[in-house]
Design a protein around this ligand. Structure first.
Ligand code: GDP
Ligand code: MG
Length: 739
């Protein structure tokens, strides 16, 4: 019978909701220093004084007007789930702006308590908030906290429980909107109350205000609830609006907003806030921004920082990457020696170790990359990148808020398009959102990075960082041009202004950085360990079966015998002894024999792969793919990449280790590609282009279907693949002219 108390966390983006949520529930939800990271509400549980509490982290909003997804989500949650208490997190260092949302909670009448967060930041800026005074003036409990350290959270929950326990009805706080509107509100309220119009969900005053604000969602709900009353209300507000328009030349919504701000100002003026410093003194953040977001200097610094991130990632991770690779090489060699030849050994070495090892080998690199990104994100710099990119983005028919999805998807290389696609929910205009959603898969996600690193490392070893940088720029360019293309064709329409604000710079905490780095790295590892392992084994099977017929095997065997017999017996003995004793020194003739035999082995496994199911599929496509320089082996890898881009590497690993069974040749996959006659630097660039831009991976496609529709998901597969193919063909054809 002990029913859990329900609490909801609401507040402006970046006010610290998620931090508080994590502090209370112990969950590790992603905390970000930019708006829009919490798109859906998330639930957690905890106990306080033996009471069960369910806590919901709502998306950040500045207002409760149904302009954006977050606003609608928040409002619907409050009206349909009716939590016992709403904890409104307010950023003490940004009190005035944060209280705007508070006024709307007051109007809505929800049981409210204010968590005055970031009092440490406010203090650093010389701001002191008299929370008791604030509480008195608003008629709501106010508890100062520091969510980051957990200070004050106990007291907060204690207070919140008090509010939850008092069985007060939802009661709308009266804020005056001036004589004329106040009267209109009263008129509408009486109609609403007479007809019990929408009263299960909203307080009559809130309904009246939303009607006056021309709130689309409210108008639609009203229509559905009772069309005749809705019509009557719409007529009434029509008259009022016209009148206000005529007399004051503004819409009611503007007057309402003005009065809310006025209400806040008046509260603050009554001694709620004291400044220790000069108010026009520049905050440190503003000072830093003078340089970092300067029109000319800003972009230069930004490019420098991004380039620095690559240098850091690549040079620092070189050693650990080599280390992990050695471990897998050693593992493969050990198993090679201990297990008897056969299917199982082939599966473990070619399917499991080469496949998964190829993916895990990049873990250190990914970790360094994510660490760098976490520094930029947690310090607040990433939001500046969005701010600076807004102008450019506008030109391409996108929005400053599109930057975040792009970066999350791998704009700085190493993200994932899945959260990227989801992050587009923060975009208000549906067309801008769709254009962003369809182009984020062009970014170099964490799964593509290892492939890029492999090919660049193999073919352009002298300029790794530079090439990586150039390919990242190319991804942006292509994504933006594609977005523009979509925005002038299938997604034609107007653009909306930039609303994202700049959070203050903060020193990232070491713990925060490690958590971020680890969360993302772990995601990558989990993927490698489960999905990729399954796919890798499946592909191994496709590449192994049906295998060679006994007759074909016998043919190769007799070929081997024939060649051996063409050499003197001592040489044959020398070679077989050297294999048994692992002796490396061989005579000239013995080496000759060895090479001849290994040529036949290669031919045999090549023949086997050609005959396999995967080989057949790869060869069917070869006549077409050869225009882009891809042979059937590469086709097999690209096919695997549809499932997940990491699979490209593991498949190449499997394909090339099967085609080359020389046990002494421990060269890495990169070297094998360089030495393969089917590959050269032009093929490498063509393959890079294709891999960067062809169909998003399976999971992303499903995600696009969920966020938009299957039609758009299908569109993205077809559009991207066709585009990537033509780009790769152009690169290969033109490049081949010069070599
Ligand atoms: P949300 O958008 O409301 O979920 O905000 P987050 O929980 O993601 O917090 C935004 C940023 O503010 C993060 O970098 C937090 O570490 C930081 N933060 C949250 N609470 C505090 C606090 O009380 N003091 C300080 N200094 N930073 C905080
Ligand atoms: Mg959050």
């Amino acid at each position: 019978m002990n029913k859990a108390t329900t609490m909801a966390l609401a507040g402006n983006p970046n006010a610290g909701k998620t931090t508080l949520f994590n502090a209370l529930t112990g969950a590790r939800q992603h905390v970000g220093n930019y708006p829009g990271i919490t798109v859906d509400h998330k639930e957690g549980y905890f106990k306080h004084d033996g009471r069960d509490i369910t806590l919901t982290d709502l998306p950040g909003t500045y207002s409760l007007t149904a302009y954006s997804v977050e606003e609608v989500v928040t409002r619907d949650f409050l009206t349909t789930r009716k939590p016992d208490v709403v904890i409104n997190i307010v950023d003490a260092s940004n009190l005035e702006r944060n209280l705007y949302l508070t006024t709307q909670f007051l109007e809505m009448g929800v049981p409210l308590i204010i968590a005055l967060n970031m009092v440490d930041v406010a203090k650093d800026r010389g701001i002191e908030v008299r929370f008791q005074k604030l509480s008195e003036l608003l008629g709501v409990s106010v508890v100062p906290i520091i969510a980051r350290t957990g200070k004050g959270t106990d007291a907060l929950i204690k207070e919140a429980l008090k509010v939850a326990d008092s069985d007060k009805q939802w009661d709308s706080h009266d804020i005056s909107y001036g004589e004329e509107l106040d009267e209109a509100v009263m008129d509408i309220m009486s109609i609403v109350e007479d007809r019990s119009f929408l009263q299960d969900e909203y307080h009559s005053r809130f309904t009246a205000i939303k009607y006056l604000e021309h709130d689309d969602q409210m108008l639609n709900k009203g229509q559905e609830f009772d069309a005749t009353v809705a019509k009557k209300l719409e007529q009434t507000i029509g008259i009022i609006s016209d009148h206000i328009q005529k007399t004051m030349d503004v819409y009611p919504e503007a007057i309402i907003a003005d009065h809310r701000y006025g209400f806040i100002k008046s509260i603050i003026r009554q001694g709620v806030m004291t400044h220790k410093f000069d108010t026009d003194r520049l905050y440190t953040s503003d000072k830093i921004d003078k340089v970092l977001t300067n029109r000319l200097l800003g972009p230069v610094v930004m490019l420098g920082i991004l380039f620095g991130l690559y240098q850091f990632t690549f040079s620092w991770s070189e050693l650990p990457v080599a280390l992990v690779e050695n471990v897998f090489t050693w593992l493969g060699a050990t198993i090679d020696q201990t297990l008897p030849d056969g299917m199982l050994k082939s599966m473990i070495i070619s399917g499991v170790i080469d496949g998964v090892g190829g993916v895990l080998g990049f873990v250190p690199l990914i970790m360094f990359m994510f660490f760098g990104i976490a520094v930029l994100e947690d310090s607040g710099y990433l939001a500046r990148v969005a701010f600076m990119m807004d102008r450019i983005f506008h030109f391409f028919g996108l929005h400053g808020s599109s930057v975040m999805p792009f970066i999350v998807s791998g704009g700085i290389a190493g993200g994932c398009a899945v959260p990227g696609v989801m992050a587009t929910r923060t975009l208000r205009s549906p067309k801008e959102r769709m254009a962003t959603l369809l182009t984020v898969p062009f970014m170099n996600c964490g799964a593509k990075v290892p492939v890029l690193v492999l090919l660049i490392g193999a073919f352009f070893a002298d300029h790794k960082a530079l090439y990586m940088f150039l390919f990242t720029m190319l991804a942006w360019l292509v994504a933006l041009v594609a977005a523009k293309f979509l925005r002038v064709t299938v997604l034609r329409g107007e653009s909306t202004p930039f609303v994202m604000e700049l959070p203050p710079y903060r020193f990232p905490t070491l713990q925060g950085l490690f958590i971020h780095t680890w969360e993302r790295t772990w995601q990558y590892i989990k993927k490698a360990g489960t999905v990729i392992l399954g796919i890798s084994i499946l592909l191994w099977a496709l590449m192994t079966f049906p295998g060679l017929s006994d007759m074909e095997k016998a043919q190769f065997e007799s070929l081997r015998t024939e060649i051996s017999h063409s050499f003197p017996t001592e040489i044959q003995q020398e070679l077989s002894q050297s294999i048994d004793s692992k002796e490396k020194k061989l005579s000239q003739r013995a080496i000759e024999l060895k090479n001849k035999l290994s040529d036949i082995d290669k031919e045999e496994s090549g023949q086997m792969l050609r005959n396999s199911i995967a080989g057949k599929i790869g060869r069917v496509f070869e006549p077409v793919s050869s225009y882009a320089g891809f042979d059937w082996k590469t086709n097999i890898a690209m096919l695997g990449g549809f499932a997940a881009k990491e699979v490209i590497i593991s498949t190449l690993g499997t394909v090339y280790s099967m085609g080359d069974v020389d046990a002494d040749d421990a060269s890495s996959l990169g070297d094998r590609l360089v030495n393969d006659p089917g590959w050269n630097s032009v093929v490498a660039v063509s393959a890079l282009i294709f891999i960067m831009f062809y169909a998003p991976c399976f999971v992303t496609v499903v995600c696009i279907a969920k966020e938009a529709s299957w039609k758009w998901a299908g569109f993205s597969v077809a559009f991207n693949t066709l585009f990537a193919f033509f780009a790769a063909v152009s690169v290969f054809q033109i490049g081949s002219l010069f070599t």
